[in-house]
Design a protein around this ligand. Structure first.
Ligand code: ADP
Ligand code: MG
Length: 726
């Protein structure tokens, strides 16, 4: 929405300094923001009837509104519980009606005056004598006692489709509950309506039969009918998605504007050499994705590609093969991992794969000794390091590459758009390949990675056995431990993972350490256990991992730091303690640590729902119930399926897209009204329109697109450097 001027909130009747401050805390600074504070839902109180006709509305189960005068009020005690209830009798020209409240007596007893005119909304029910009654009706006062004429403008809460607004304790303190919001937004709409400007070109609106902006804003707050409301919602959702896609289209164009400045020769000896030494055949999906990447390398524009593939689908080897092409063309490759452990793992893997090839692989991580670090830095500077593996320190620190041409980012969901952009800035428009094991439904991928091409490795190597997943309780633990012993006696290894939540890392760490000691001393006395957690020094972590890999450690007790990428085929059991505390994608990632070899693997989830009760302080009962319910759903989903896409979908439903992706850091603005799942159709329309628009009028210079440009610049001011209209 665009306002030709942006009147400050103080101009609105009902908004003083206190309210203005509370609103500012919500991010509402001007009238435009207030108009965009969309209702979170609606109540249908549009049906206005006479008291005498209420009996016809008993069956419908829908609320109706009456206009009536206060006739009598009284207190009663219920016979059973001896509780005070409040009864209000009202009358209109057709008859009398009793309204009952079972709660709030002390407030209600002084709330009404006889003769006062009210609008009351409720679903009519029958009392003991089979007369219609209202229980806990909503009401508006239409006329205070001093006034003579009823003020129909006071009808905010009844008598129509009533918007509900999100509020908070802080807002309620200054009178901005849902009713308060209705009042000030009503004033804003009444007095500043003419300031609302169109944001989308006429052609686009017409093409999709979308209503204009002023009508949409009016109707989203005060719809005269549900039809009108739907039209407003459709338009505003489209608008939101359209500008989001426009940002992506501009970003994509921005990335394509600069030529790579180098043409690849993709006939690579190194790749042939590597592939011929592999102990396995690449899957058809791996081969296909490799071709897709090679096609990008042949184009004059730098690559921006997302490689999606479930855990264990073999993304690393695909990335490595294509990286070798860059190496052979004289370019350096940066390989970024989300954690140091994982960087270490990739380093080992790459060293292993490349042991007979003339490729210099180096690793740069935080905890390295100075001499080593200097040496690595020098190799990077001089260009003698062909592939450099590291964490995001590779981007953040002052690392100077001689000729960075290819960037691989592993596990994208930990990296934001900003970081990607920063890395890109380090090279001469390097090709960027992002790998993720978080399967993303298509519509979402379109939004989150709308500026990336997408490749999917949609099959696992053929030799994989499925993983058996079981859900157990605390009391069944001894059986689980016995099972672990049996498998270890047969030469296998196991993980036991404990949750670690950041708020109390120290306490948790202590718990994990204690648990480790308990397991070693009381349960697995005759076995070799190791402990791995984030607070260990890098060398120590490395040592533990190496020992586990070599089989010296049989059971690795760990926090979630093993979540991503660790690859030890002989470890076939994954036990997750307090599994109820983990998120779905975390559980899926953890489970992906087993099932890496040809043997049957197992994932055993140990649930302890009582944890929720113990940590329930300060949480509302309903929230606690939801939490527990979600935990159950998560665990049951894990037992039912190993399909990463299905799991991602459930996860998305439980958490909503915002939390799922951490939109804050992903560089995608939070959505106010549209929903990426439910509005997938509109999203597709918006995407087509936005990308076509940028193709036909790349700088939005046409007169008809002026409004689009203006709104875009206002709305996306902060992130403009990523998707400049230019
Ligand atoms: P992820 O996609 O989870 O990163 P990795 O790249 O770590 O998967 O691969 C998992 C394991 O599978 C590694 O040990 C890798 O060497 C192996 N692998 C990769 N491709 C194949 C294949 N086509 N056949 C058999 N094993 C493979
Ligand atoms: Mg991996």
């Amino acid at each position: 929405m665009t306002l030709n001027s942006q009147p400050s909130l103080q101009y609105i009747k009902g908004v003083g300094p206190k309210r203005a401050e509370a609103l500012a805390n919500l991010g509402i600074h001007n009238i435009k923001d207030l108009f965009s504070y969309f209702p979170r839902g609606y109540l249908d109180r549009s049906q206005i009837v006479r008291i005498a006709d209420l009996k016809n509305y008993l069956e419908s189960g829908e609320p109706v509104t009456i206009f009536a005068e206060v006739y009598r009020q009284e207190a009663r005690r219920t016979r059973r519980s001896n509780k005070l209830i409040f009864m209000l009798t009202v009358k209109d020209e057709s008859g009398f009606l009793t309204c009952v409240w079972f709660e709030g007596f002390y407030w209600l007893k002084d709330a009404f005056e006889v003769g006062e005119l009210l609008a009351l909304s409720s679903i009519p029910t029958l009392d003991k004598l089979n007369r219609p009654q209202f229980v806990h009706p909503q009401f508006d006062r239409l006329k205070s006692v001093e006034e003579d004429e009823p003020d129909w403008g006071k009808l905010f809460n009844t008598g129509g489709i009533i918007p509900k607004y999100r509020s908070s304790a802080e807002l309620e303190k200054v009178g901005l509950d849902s009713r308060g919001f209705r009042r000030i937004i009503r004033n804003a709409v009444d007095h500043h309506f003419s300031a609302i400007e169109e944001t989308i070109s006429h052609e686009i609106l017409q093409r999709h039969s979308l209503c204009d902006e002023p009508s949409a804003i009016h109707s989203i707050h005060f719809p005269a009918s549900f039809q009108e409301l739907e039209a407003a919602q459709r338009r505003l959702k489209f608008e939101e998605l359209f500008f989001l896609q426009l940002m992506l289209a501009l970003r994509k164009r921005g990335a394509q504007q600069q030529l790579r400045g180098l043409t690849y020769n993709t006939e690579s000896k190194l790749v042939h050499q590597l592939v011929s030494t592999l102990e396995f055949e690449l899957t058809p999906a791996q081969k296909r994705v490799m071709q897709e990447i090679i096609k990008d390398l042949l184009s004059p524009y730098p690559m921006n590609r997302l490689m999606q593939g479930d855990v264990g689908s073999g993304k690393t080897i695909v990335a490595l093969c294509t990286a070798l092409i860059a190496v052979e063309n004289g370019l350096q490759v940066a390989f970024m991992a989300p954690t140091e452990i994982l960087a270490g793992q990739h380093y080992q893997t790459l060293k292993y794969f490349l042991k007979n090839l003339p490729v210099n692989v180096r690793m740069l991580i935080g905890g390295q000794r100075k001499v080593l670090r200097e040496d690595v830095m020098e190799d990077i500077r001089s260009g003698s390091a062909n592939i450099v593996i590291g964490t995001h320190a590779l981007v953040e620190e002052k690392v100077e590459f001689a000729k960075l041409g290819f960037v691989i980012v592993d596990e994208q969901h930990r990296f934001g758009v900003m970081q990607r952009a920063a890395l890109r800035g380090k090279g001469i428009n390097p090709d960027v390949l992002v790998m993720t094991a978080t399967p993303i439904p298509r519509t979402l991928a379109m939004t989150l990675y709308g500026d990336l091409e997408i490749s999917i490795i949609d099959e696992l190597p053929a030799n994989r056995k499925s993983i058996r997943t079981a859900l157990r309780t605390e009391s069944q633990k001894h059986k689980v431990y016995q099972f672990v012993k049996d498998e270890i006696d047969r030469g296998r290894q196991a993980y036991i993972v404990f949750p670690l939540i950041e708020e109390s890392e120290k306490i948790d760490l202590k718990a994990a350490t204690k648990e480790y000691e308990h397991l070693q001393n009381n349960i697995f006395q005759n076995y070799r256990l190791g402990l791995l957690h984030g607070r260990l020094k890098p060398e120590k972590k490395d040592e533990v991992m190496q020992k586990f890999k070599a089989g010296e450690i049989q059971i690795l007790v760990s926090t979630t730091i093993i979540e991503v990428g660790i690859d030890i085929p002989n470890a076939i059991i994954m036990i997750i303690e307090n599994a109820e505390r983990f998120g779905l994608s975390q559980l899926h990632q953890l489970r992906g640590r087993v099932g890496r070899g040809a043997d049957q693997s197992y994932c055993i989830l140990i649930a302890n729902y009582s944890w929720y009760d113990a940590h329930s302080k300060g949480i509302e009962a309903t929230e606690l119930r939801d939490e527990k319910e979600h935990a159950r759903t998560r665990l049951e989903t894990m037992v039912q399926t190993t399909d990463g896409f299905k799991i991602a979908e459930v996860d998305l439903k439980l958490r909503g897209p915002g939390e799922f992706f951490g939109t804050q850091q992903s560089g995608v603005p939070a959505l106010r009204i549209a929903n990426l799942i439910d509005d997938a159709d509109l999203l597709a329309l918006a995407r087509t329109e936005a990308f076509d628009l940028i193709k036909n009028d790349p700088h939005l210079r046409q007169k008809s697109n002026e409004c689009i440009r203006k709104h875009y610049e206002e709305e996306f001011r902060e992130i403009l450097e990523l998707g400049n209209i230019g």
